[in-house]
Design a protein around this ligand. Structure first.
Ligand SMILES: Nc1ncnc2c1ncn2[C@@H]1O[C@H](COP(=O)(O)OP(=O)(O)OP(=O)(O)O)[C@@H](O)[C@H]1O
Ligand SMILES: [Mg+2]
Length: 223
């Protein structure tokens, strides 16, 4: 889960996605991979450390990540941790690749909460190591130009983007069908017409209508 900038709702959408997978009966693992601004642990009621950064910074041969049980049944979480070290380098390390391999084994679905694409470069190495990337955009907040730039980065990296989550979408006024498909005016219809149209005057239309109604009444009386 990533987005162009801060506060687009990555953490919010990641937490909800994890809960939705749990509702589908999946065993879910949440990985807090935003090492600079960890927050998803709070939503699941677990401490921030020890966690991912500690496991990545540990120079021991084995990579040990503890997936903590959370207040949501069937959802476990690996918090960000607190180790010193450059978050970008830690996430780009071969140790992170091993963490992802372990995550695939530990659960049916692993949801990663990450940092923004256009702020720093921490997330870049993750975008090509995961199976699917969801780009979050927030209605009335994420600027189209930034979304486009994030899209360019994802394309350049050849990231496996599976979709865009439009967060807070009820905050925008979607065009109604009426506004999207406006009936053409009479003048526009006439301009489009291949044949010159012969229009009855309103008086003729009135007479024609009255005659038709008289004929219909007569038919009804006969019937
Ligand atoms: N759909 C939503 N409805 C209500 N509140 C929301 C929604 N999406 C996000 N928020 C709130 O907006 C704030 C920013 O959201 P969030 O922390 O998920 O963004 P983020 O993209 O993870 O930010 P950061 O880049 O700082 O990690 C939070 O307080 C969050 O609770
Ligand atoms: Mg966040």
């Amino acid at each position: 889960m990533t987005s162009p900038g801060p506060a687009d709702g990555k953490t919010f959408v990641a937490a909800n996605l994890a809960a939705a997978f749990k509702e589908l009966g999946k065993r879910v693992l949440v990985l807090s991979a935003d090492l600079r601004k960890p927050s998803i642990h709070r939503q699941f009621g677990v401490p921030v450390a020890p966690g991912l950064a500690d496991a990545l910074a540990d120079s021991n041969g084995r990579v040990v990540v503890d997936a903590l049980p959370t207040k949501v049944e069937s959802v476990r979480l690996v918090p960000s941790g607190r180790a010193d070290g450059n978050p970008g380098e830690l996430l780009a390390s071969p140790r992170m690749t091993r963490v992802l391999e372990a995550a695939r084994r530990m659960a049916d679905v692993a949801v990663l909460d990450t940092s923004p694409i256009l702020v720093g470069s921490d997330v870049a190495p993750l975008l090509t190591k995961v199976d699917a990337v969801v780009l979050v955009a927030r209605a009335n907040r994420t600027r189209a130009e930034l979304a486009q730039r994030a899209g360019d980065v994802l394309r350049r990296l050849d990231a496996p983007v599976v979709g865009i989550a439009l967060n807070c979408s009820t905050e925008i006024n979607m065009p109604t069908r009426r506004r999207l498909v406006r009936p053409a005016s009479k003048r526009a219809r006439a301009a489009r017409s291949p044949e010159p149209s012969v229009q009855a005057s309103s008086a003729e239309r009135g007479r024609g209508g009255a005659a038709r109604r008289r004929r219909q009444r007569k038919k009804a009386e006969v019937g």
